[in-house]
Design a protein around this ligand. Structure first.
Ligand SMILES: NC(=O)c1ccc[n+]([C@@H]2O[C@H](COP(=O)([O-])OP(=O)(O)OC[C@H]3O[C@@H](n4cnc5c(N)ncnc54)[C@H](OP(=O)(O)O)[C@@H]3O)[C@@H](O)[C@H]2O)c1
Length: 307
């Protein structure tokens, strides 16, 4: 029997926290190609070390791979460092994205861009809709918003997915930081005045898979393209997130809530950045689980990997 020919999907930032989970999920149904500034550790033949700010090198890869779709996740993701190194953040987040959008258009690939809740100022008290006007309060947020604008400048058949507060097995994240600090210091102070939706990258990758099937693998329809919000369900403060981590792992440590003013950080964060997911839920008929369930799944995966 002849096997099904798989479509080619190119994932940028394939070595990152989300990228590695995307690779795992999409591998089931697509021929996965990857680009990252970091080389693939295990010599995967379809993963290329390339800088998205280098259009020439990128074009060579596009012309050889000819992907049907691109998921663009590569980014300068250090929110505080972006305040002091804005040129570097802009080069990757804006110019790099412009390169990806230009080449996706030129090589006829459908594009999915991963954006952020930090495009909003956090002044709302109810979940942000895709139609709410962005007003970033950090350089990182501004650069991701400018990147969103590059996408719509070059393409019509695109998806922009704004997500938030990611944690995954393959990257530095809040969960690991809390566990380490609790084990090493036994005492933590965590901000209680920023509300958002923690999101497990494996759940997000599954959601992106459903979204791509619903938008790009069905009859083309303009009304399906554009911006989607996608995170785990529910909301909490960073303090409540830390509380849940200690509760599930049963690590004993003292945990105190503090105001954000107490912790000096270069970049401002929105006080409230919960995203409304109804558009995603309507088009896919699916919903990501509650963040606490995502956290339990993540901690189980960590435990299994440690064995
Ligand atoms: N983390 C969050 O909480 C969060 C929240 C909302 C949205 N997002 C968005 O979600 C996406 C994935 O986030 P993540 O946390 O998984 O990020 P990540 O772990 O930092 O992964 C991004 C990957 O892109 C690579 N990269 C950086 N500059 C590059 C360049 N010039 N050319 C090629 N590759 C480059 C990074 O390499 P280096 O590690 O060497 O820089 C890294 O491997 C990003 O677009 C981010 O903006 C993240």
């Amino acid at each position: 029997m002849v096997g099904k020919i798989k479509k080619k999907i190119l994932i940028t930032g394939i070595q990152g926290m989300l990228g590695q989970d995307l690779s795992q999920v999409f591998d089931l149904d697509y021929e996965v190609y990857g680009i990252d500034i970091n080389p693939a550790g295990d010599g995967k033949s379809r993963f290329f070390s390339s800088d998205i700010t280098d259009r020439k090198a990128l074009e060579l890869l596009f012309s050889q791979i000819k992907p049907a779709m691109v998921i663009h996740g590569a980014a300068f993701t250090n929110v505080d460092l972006a305040e002091t190194e804005p040129e570097q953040a802009r080069a990757v987040n804006v110019l790099g994205t412009e390169n990806i959008a230009f080449l996706s258009n030129k090589y006829n690939a459908k594009l999915i861009f991963i954006s952020t809740d930090y495009v909003f100022d956090g002044n709302k008290t109810t979940p942000y809709l895709e139609t709410d006007i962005p007003n970033p309060i950090s350089y990182y947020g501004r650069s991701k918003l400018e990147a969103e604008q590059c996408i719509s400048k070059y393409l019509t058949e695109y998806i922009i997915v704004r997500t938030s507060w990611l944690f995954g097995i393959n990257g530095k994240n809040f969960v690991k930081a809390i566990i380490n600090k609790a084990r090493n210091d036994g005492a933590l102070k965590v901000v209680n005045d920023q509300i958002g939706s923690p999101t497990y990258t494996l759940n997000l990758a599954q959601g992106l898979f459903w979204l791509i099937k619903a938008v790009f693998e069905t009859e083309p329809e303009m009304s399906k393209y554009g911006i989607y919000h996608l995170t785990n369900s529910g909301q909490c403060s960073w303090f409540e997130f830390a509380q849940a981590i200690l509760e599930i792992t049963q690590i004993k440590a003292s945990l105190d809530p503090v105001d954000s003013n107490f912790i000096a950080r270069a970049a401002k964060r929105p006080k409230f950045s919960v995203l409304d997911k109804s558009r995603f839920e309507k088009i896919t008929g699916k919903k990501l689980c509650v963040w606490k369930q995502g956290l339990e799944q993540y901690l189980l995966q960590e435990k299994n990997q440690a064995v």
